[in-house]
Design a protein around this ligand. Structure first.
Ligand code: GLA
Length: 739
């Protein structure tokens, strides 16, 4: 009997491996009869083809198709095309601006002779292990575009990037260089979701029907920006079920000025184009030079915005975050900013570290104020030597103390900035971004160093490298507190000065990459006056991000809800801070913890002012968080009730292996003694049983309920009054014993 099952198992295994090998081999293929390229990624199929004129056309993007025979060759011209130049109507995969194109071009070029007509035709292709490269060329000039496609079978996400290459003997001036144009199925009635905000109020979700015309999402600020984030999702307008319906989504990997344009043509073709922001853009491609665009990642699901977000979360953890960090969990950190602001010194920080360690905190981070003449935000940025009055023996005694408490040490830096009141600025005023002879606008009393200059880049790398080599620093909070103004670069030739928009960010990435390579243990948090620099480009170089300077827990519910449409809770730093906070609001400590425990937990309170009962409550919460953090940070998020829609909010997280689920519920203000409706959970196994534990410890008595009951009947949450909160931990009873 056993013998037979073993044979069956072996046979199955052989069949499965054969299928797996076939699928892997077949994930990217060229169908020569139809002149089509097919990319299969997870549950997604993406098809492009070359039409009879040699233009590369979009053919299909959506749920997985299984039969190549079904696929039709690329678009030929529709009958009415002669009224409406053909290139306006056919879905060109990467249109150059030429031949009468009236839609958003992917590439716009001016040649030195004044010619601005660019018509790109297919030249060749190369099938790779994890993708495809298709090369296009102008019909007359040696201007080439290499389109790179990378497929990620685990999530169905596809990455697209264009590299523009000038093989002529004269330069070409790029005026718009986009990564990709993505096409949705021809039709009407789509809805766009996107995220906007401002300082202290990032991550607001917007939703609106897509109408004929052009909607521009962008940053012209030199960085990702608080104002709009480079993420979009599109589904059917009017669909109220977050867990069903076709949904297309994507995000740009770029931390400089960017643009995503969402366009519906009069022929009801919806397309999304994204890449460098063409505003004030010019890039000189000298003979033999190339420019790569940012990567534009996009995906599809048939299971609504909920699944679209979960796919993004998984994709970010598996494919974007630095070296495996998405598979680990984040340490609980303490940050001194809200407790001490600029008023840091050795004794004060050590006292806070003692208290943080007693709570079970794992990383102690000293924020602003430790260097130069940095006593407030008017001076010191640029002078990155330890202030001798605050730290007479350098940072070592504090770091040793923190480490003796079992925590590692992190430090705040803002390397791209300079205060005019600093030794660095007095020595190198030309290093700050400026136009010659024009005023320099300050933001938070500071100017931006022109990182596009290689000497500034080198200087910045050197002092950071020295700081990290001389001190045992595990973590940097890398801040960036203002946006570009007067983006001049007078030292560069006039026709190259606008390259500052690209070269600044390229050099920033180089500094980060070099530092990470030289200091492989280093972890980084990307901060920009809160959540102003969160995108898939910086996330290749940062383990986590600062979500918002607004740490007020009720506001944070909405901020975190918006954030987690696009980005994984794994990277979403959420601190418990003191009250009254923003809006003059004071909510209970329990509520503040429950909100913060939905991301990567930090403590930012002034522990010197905490009472013994606060420490006790916080200790319980932190112990609880350690039992659930893997599920919160690396699991599947189900948004059960959004804070924007009612006075109740709830989120559920299910671990990837399904063995644990965690529920958080929040009541804003109860009225009329009304009880909350039953809350059906999601993502459980109907036939499994779950033991349900409250926060207060492993030993408290558990209730046991089936997945079916929890999902179809739902739970009655005992929430009452104002700002009440609850968290429950569900353990699947048949889970394998924990090692
Ligand atoms: C920014 C950050 C804060 C803090 C201050 C320090 O505002 O977002 O968290 O680090 O700078 O000056």
């Amino acid at each position: 009997m056993r013998h037979t099952s073993a044979i069956k198992f072996c046979l199955l295994f052989v069949i499965f491996s054969a299928v797996a090998v076939l699928a892997a081999d077949d994930s990217v293929r060229y169908l020569s009869a139809q002149h089509l390229f097919v990319l299969d990624a997870g549950n997604v199929t993406y098809v492009v083809g070359v039409n009879e004129r040699g233009e590369l056309q979009h053919v299909y993007w959506g749920a997985r198709l299984w039969r190549d025979e079904d696929l039709q060759p690329a678009h030929s011209d529709p009958g009415w095309a002669s009224f409406d130049l053909t290139t306006m109507t056919t879905p060109q995969e990467y249109p150059g601006w030429g031949a009468g194109l009236s839609m958003e071009p992917s590439l716009k070029v001016t040649f030195p002779d004044g010619n601005r007509d660019l018509v790109l035709h297919y030249v060749s292709h190369l099938i790779k292990k994890d993708g495809l490269e298709i090369t296009l060329k102008d019909i007359e000039r040696p201007l080439f575009v290499h389109l790179q496609y990378t497929v990620y079978p685990g999530t169905g996400v596809i990455g697209r990037q264009a590299t523009i290459e000038n093989r002529a003997a004269t330069p070409a001036f790029l005026e718009s260089a986009q990564a990709a144009a993505w096409y949705l199925p021809l039709g009407d009635g789509y809805r766009l979701r996107y995220l906007t905000g401002r300082w202290g109020g990032e991550w607001q979700l917007n939703q609106e029907p897509i109408h004929t015309g052009l909607k521009v999402l962008e940053s012209r600020r030199g960085s990702t920006s608080h104002q709009t984030n480079p993420w979009f999702a599109i589904d059917q307008d009017g669909n109220n079920d977050p867990e069903s319906g076709p949904t297309w989504f994507g995000a740009l990997a770029w931390s400089g000025s960017w643009r995503i344009s969402v366009e519906q043509t009069p022929h009801l073709q919806v397309r999304v184009t994204g890449g460098y922001n063409p505003f004030d853009f010019s890039y000189k491609l000298s003979p033999g030079e190339s420019l790569a665009t940012p990567v534009f990642f996009a995906g599809y699901t048939g299971h609504g915005i909920g699944e679209a977000s979960r796919l993004m979360h998984r994709f970010e953890r598996a494919e974007i975050l630095p070296a495996g960090s998405g598979l680990r969990t984040r340490p609980i950190l303490y940050n001194s900013w809200e407790a001490t602001e600029f008023n840091v010194d050795e004794a004060g920080q050590e006292a806070l570290a003692d208290k943080a360690a007693s709570l079970g905190v794992e990383r102690f981070v000293m924020d602003d104020g430790w260097f130069g003449q940095r006593n407030d935000d008017h001076a010191g940025l640029g002078d990155w030597s330890v202030n001798p009055h605050k730290f007479p023996h350098g940072l070592k005694p504090l770091i040793d103390h923190v480490k003796s408490l079992g925590m590692d040490f992190g430090l705040w830096v803002e390397p791209e900035m300079v205060n005019p009141d600093s030794d660095l600025y007095r020595k190198h005023p030309d290093w700050a971004m400026h136009f010659e002879g024009r005023p320099r606008s300050e933001g938070r009393n500071q100017l931006i160093l022109n990182l596009a200059r290689d000497d500034v880049k080198e200087y910045t790398f050197q002092w950071l490298d020295k700081l990290l080599s001389e001190n045992d620093i595990a973590f940097l909070k890398w801040d960036y507190n203002r946006n570009f103004s007067e983006p001049g670069w007078p030292e560069a030739p006039a026709d190259e000065q606008k390259e500052i928009w690209v070269r600044y960010t390229q050099n920033l990435y180089q500094i980060l990459d070099r530092l990470r390579e030289k200091h492989p243990q280093l972890e980084i948090e990307s901060c920009s006056g809160g959540g102003g620099r969160v995108d898939l480009g910086i996330l290749r170089r940062a383990e986590q991000v600062w979500t918002s300077d607004d740490t007020e827990a009720f506001d944070r519910l909405t901020i975190q809800d918006g954030f987690s449409y696009a980005y994984t809770p794994h990277i979403m730093m959420a601190w418990v801070t003191d009250v009254p906070n923003m809006n003059g609001r004071s909510v209970p400590l329990k509520y503040r913890f429950m909100v913060a425990m939905q991301g990567s937990l930090g403590i930012g309170a002034n522990l010197n002012q905490w009472k013994p009962e606060d420490f006790e409550e916080a200790g319980t919460m932190i112990r609880y968080y350690k039992t659930i953090r893997n599920t919160v940070q690396n699991g599947r998020l189900y948004k059960l009730a959004a804070p924007e829609n009612s006075n109740f909010a709830a989120n559920e997280y299910v671990s990837e292996d399904g063995s644990q689920a965690v529920l958080f519920g929040f009541l804003h203000s109860q009225q009329f003694g009304r009880e909350l409706p039953l809350l059906p959970l999601r993502g459980l196994d109907e036939r499994a049983a779950y033991e349900i534990y409250p926060v207060e410890g492993k030993d408290s008595k558990a209730v046991e309920l089936s997945g079916a009951y929890l999902m179809h009947h739902g739970l009655a949450l005992a929430l009452q009054g104002d700002y009440d909160a609850i968290s429950l931990r569900l353990e699947r009873t048949d889970r394998p014993p924990q090692k």
